[in-house]
Design a protein. Structure first.
Length: 166
């Protein structure tokens, strides 16, 4: 498995070569995915927006997450992370977007949503949004770093496998 720096560099090279862009919407990672991407020299050619929407108000105001989604499903949910990805994709006018929301710990978990639960979503060109969840073990830092790794790995797989329209 490639490290985050190598994944970010590879992502950037593919996006640059295709003339595509990516944006991020992050909650539990607090901007770590955007930081990994912007650590790559020249990333401004393919990355323009990274939104840290840690609180529910930010998710609503900045990303267009519906209050009903937050009330009915909670911030750490498939519905909310899908809306986050679609929201930042539209805001940035990006080809791709990745969003994450989770419970990094050490507190905040419940039997239904334990510490280490993270929901991720990727918005594809054309508006398709896919979401999945992971359960990461370890302390707060480990959960956050594993989330960054998962987000970049899955984004790379989707972008690499996506055939551009001619």
């Amino acid at each position: 498995m490639a490290n985050s720096k190598q994944l970010a560099a590879d992502l950037g090279a593919i996006l640059l070569g295709r003339g595509e862009s990516v944006a991020t919407a992050e909650s539990c990672t607090g901007g770590l995915i955007a930081a990994a991407l912007t650590d790559i020299p020249g990333s401004s050619a393919w990355f323009s927006h990274g939104i840290v929407s840690y609180g529910n108000q930010a998710k609503q105001q900045l990303l267009g997450v519906q209050a009903s989604s937050l009330i009915d499903h909670g911030a750490v949910s498939e519905m909310v992370v899908r809306e986050m990805a679609a929201g930042v994709q539209a805001l940035a006018d990006a080809d791709w977007a990745v969003a994450v929301s989770g419970i990094a710990g050490p507190d905040g978990g419940s039997p239904e949503k334990p510490v280490g639960l993270v929901w991720l979503a990727i918005a594809h060109p054309g508006g398709q949004v896919e979401a999945w969840h992971c359960h990461f073990s370890g302390d707060r830092e480990a959960v956050r770093l594993k989330t960054v790794q998962e987000a970049l790995t899955q984004l790379m797989q989707r972008i690499h496998g996506h055939v551009q329209a001619v």
